[in-house]
Design a protein around this ligand. Structure first.
Ligand code: ATP
Ligand code: MG
Length: 509
């Protein structure tokens, strides 16, 4: 007898539908699985056999062939177990085969017949809906995650026999309690109010958050670079619904963490400088999503930037430009989303005290090595360079952004201006504007245009640098509530350009 069940397999971030066909015919007792199955899927035979027997069903002592179609798609992981077991039960007459129509099954089986949750359930649920299936049957631990997808009936089953009951129209197993998130100050536990002084760096952080611009904090040890960076999440705007679905989907697939609600805050990834290029960018091997993909729609924070290996930093160039990363794999190349804001921190020289004649012990060669690491194409993609000083001047009485709530409100207002202006362009923030949208929306006043042209003719700005200045100037204007981009906005943006800031940077003593 022949039976068919519907399930899905994951190819890193992409979901592929799989039909499990099971054929049982008289012959010597055997159980073969064909159709590009990986080791975990081949091992499914043992789990499925034990789970069926331990759930009180009979395991057919005949010739069983399971075909995982389509045959050219690699089948990965243990999530296909449940569909395979149900197809075996249907093919052996222990479950009416028509009950498998229109229903998708996804879960790993234990030998005792329990259904275990698998990573990527949200993506599977989206694919099930897209494929026009009515119902998705999954383990209780991930059922709430699947329920985030509208227009799909999700049934939670803790055991194989519960799945058989649900397929026959019976009740699903109860869901676990929703998870509680611990409350924190501003939802993040840290606040910009903790930072004393450094008004330029705080402002750069607000501009970076408002327009999604890449930012580099440079300064001596202990001036608050790491401290400031850690406070960026507290001023970022929330994800909108489409972004939240995208981000939750990525994290649902790549982490074992169970999510029962959409992500509301933007990801903030801070990998250690010992990370490999494969760890940062992703690798051709299975499951190889890099930090830059996990930072999609959020922030990638690289502390101690000069300590990262040069090839690792260089590999950031293409994703920083395109907002996605192409990974070449054995048979094809896969493209993953990687639209993140780069935030980096560094000391101005290896000892950290460049410019302080009595303290800096760096040789000229060491200084040049340090600068070379940060120079060139990567620096060209940094929009905002801020030099933090060891505070010598007394603090202004009332800082522009006294705490995270004030800064975040300004960021959200500025983002609303951008979203309204860029509606219909397929982008939402100034940091994403291309040459065409810049020409349409920069709205430069004559003085601003003259200033930009002067910077260009002086040879300090590359063409990319010029576009980046315009985007930042537009964000500064948005933060100021101005429709037009005027001369002070461009002057501010120019002052934060790395090639201009670096020209004024302290050299070795
Ligand atoms: N501007 C500041 N306001 C309040 N506290 C600060 C400030 N700068 C530094 N600190 C204090 O000093 C500690 C160290 O700061 P932080 O780690 O941010 O320095 P850093 O600039 O990253 O130094 P390094 O170059 O060594 O990494 C902070 O945890 C904080 O307690
Ligand atoms: Mg630090």
């Amino acid at each position: 007898m022949l039976a068919r069940a519907h399930t899905f397999t994951l190819d890193v971030l992409h979901v592929r539908p799989v039909t499990v066909e099971v054929d049982i015919r008289p012959g010597l007792s055997s159980f073969a699985v064909v159709g590009l199955a990986d080791a975990a899927v081949r091992e499914a035979r043992e789990r499925v056999r034990a789970a069926i027997l331990n759930s009180g069903y009979e395991f057919p002592t005949s010739r069983i062939t399971a075909n995982l179609a389509p045959g050219d798609v690699p089948k990965v992981g243990p999530g296909l177990d449940l569909a395979l077991a149900c197809a075996v039960l249907a093919a052996s007459g222990q479950l009416p085969g028509d009950q498998l129509d229109g229903q998708a099954l996804f879960g790993e089986l234990s030998l005792a017949g329990e259904v275990r949750a698998c990573a990527g359930t949200l993506a599977i649920a989206q694919a099930a809906r897209h494929a026009g299936l009515r119902t998705l049957i999954v383990a209780p631990a991930r059922a709430r995650e699947a329920m985030l997808v509208e227009g799909l009936r999700v049934q939670s089953v803790g055991r194989l026999d519960s799945a058989v009951r649900v397929l026959a129209g019976g009740a699903a197993d109860p869901l676990p309690k929703p998870t509680q998130r611990p409350p924190g100050r501003g939802g993040h536990g840290v606040d910009l109010a903790d930072v004393k002084g450094q008004p330029h760096a705080v402002r750069a952080l607000v501009i970076a958050a408002a327009g999604a611009h890449n930012c580099l904090l440079s300064g001596p040890p202990g001036t608050g670079k790491t401290m400031l960076a850690q406070r960026l999440p507290s001023i970022l705007p929330p994800l909108d619904h489409a972004e939240a679905l995208e981000v939750t989907r990525i994290h649902s697939i790549s982490s074992r963490r169970v999510t029962d609600r959409l992500f509301s805050s933007r990801p903030f990834r801070a990998p250690h400088h010992s990370i490999t290029t494969a760890g940062l960018i992703g690798s051709a091997h299975r499951g190889g999503v890099g930090e830059i993909v996990l930072a999609h729609r959020g922030v990638l924070f690289l502390d101690e930037l000069s300590e990262f290996s040069r090839p690792t930093l260089e590999a950031l160039r293409q994703p920083l430009e395109d907002g996605r990363v192409a990974i070449v794999r054995a048979q094809h190349s896969a493209v993953y989303p990687a639209r993140f804001t780069l935030l980096a921190a560094t000391n101005p020289c290896p000892c950290g005290y460049a410019g302080e004649v009595d303290r800096c012990r760096c040789t000229e060669a060491a200084m040049q090595r340090h600068q070379r690491k940060l120079s060139g194409p990567l620096l060209d993609r940094i929009d905002l360079l801020t030099q933090l000083a060891r505070e010598t001047t007394p603090e202004p009485r009332e800082p522009l952004y006294r705490d995270s709530a004030t800064a975040r409100a300004a960021v959200i207002d500025a983002r609303q201006c951008q979203a309204a202006r860029l509606r219909g362009e397929g982008m939402a923030v100034n940091g994403e504007m291309n040459a065409g949208s810049l020409a349409r929306h920069a709205q430069l006043e004559p003085g601003a245009e003259r200033l930009l042209r002067r910077a260009q003719t002086s040879g300090l700005l590359s063409a990319r640098g010029q576009h980046r200045v315009l985007r930042v100037a537009r964000t500064i204007a948005d933060l100021a509530g101005s429709q037009r981009t005027s001369e002070p906005h461009v002057a501010d943006a120019l002052a934060m350009r790395p090639e201009i800031g670096r020209a004024a940077e302290p050299q070795a003593a």
